[in-house]
Write a protein that binds this ligand. Sequence first.
Ligand SMILES: Cc1cc2nc3c(=O)[nH]c(=O)nc-3n(C[C@H](O)[C@H](O)[C@H](O)COP(=O)(O)O)c2cc1C
Length: 155
Amino acid sequence: MVADAIYSCLPDPKEISPVETAPDPEDYQFLAVGFWVDKGTADQKAREYMTKIRNKKIGVFGTLGAYPDSDHANTVRERVRELLKENDIMDLFLCQGKVDPELVKMMAETMKDDPHHSMTPERRARLKEAEKHPDEDDLKNAQKVFEQIMVSLNN
Ligand SMILES: Cc1cc2nc3c(=O)[nH]c(=O)nc-3n(C[C@H](O)[C@H](O)[C@H](O)COP(=O)(O)O)c2cc1C
């Protein structure tokens, strides 16, 4: 959803593809690179693609279960910036994304004695909020970030 929203506000010529079939980054002037957060960093497929990107102007976006203004989200930002450090990262947008209900159920059962992952009221509230995302505001905010990047690229 976030990728489609960003794609729709970028100027032509443009292409969009899932990470599995993403083209050689070398062939592009600008790349919008997306990921979902898995264990505190970008998911593996996105990480593998990121290692191929060098000396490019890029905009980065991702979804996560945590709140975008949390310490955890900032750690994710730092890790992703490190993965892409050979590039000019023009901005990095994060918003919440719903977490697979099966995973939530499994975590609640298997991690109930783990202080970091047990189902606290705070955690339940965060997951409930994540269920509503990405929402219309997230998509608009992602578009604003990338429209601003386009303005900077043209200056
Ligand atoms: C296996 C797994 C690991 C996850 N790890 C994290 C994590 O470390 N931090 C976090 O904030 N969210 C985590 N999440 C939540 C995902 O980031 C969230 O569900 C995702 O952004 C949804 O993206 P998608 O709909 O494109 O799959 C995890 C989800 C799964 C399924």
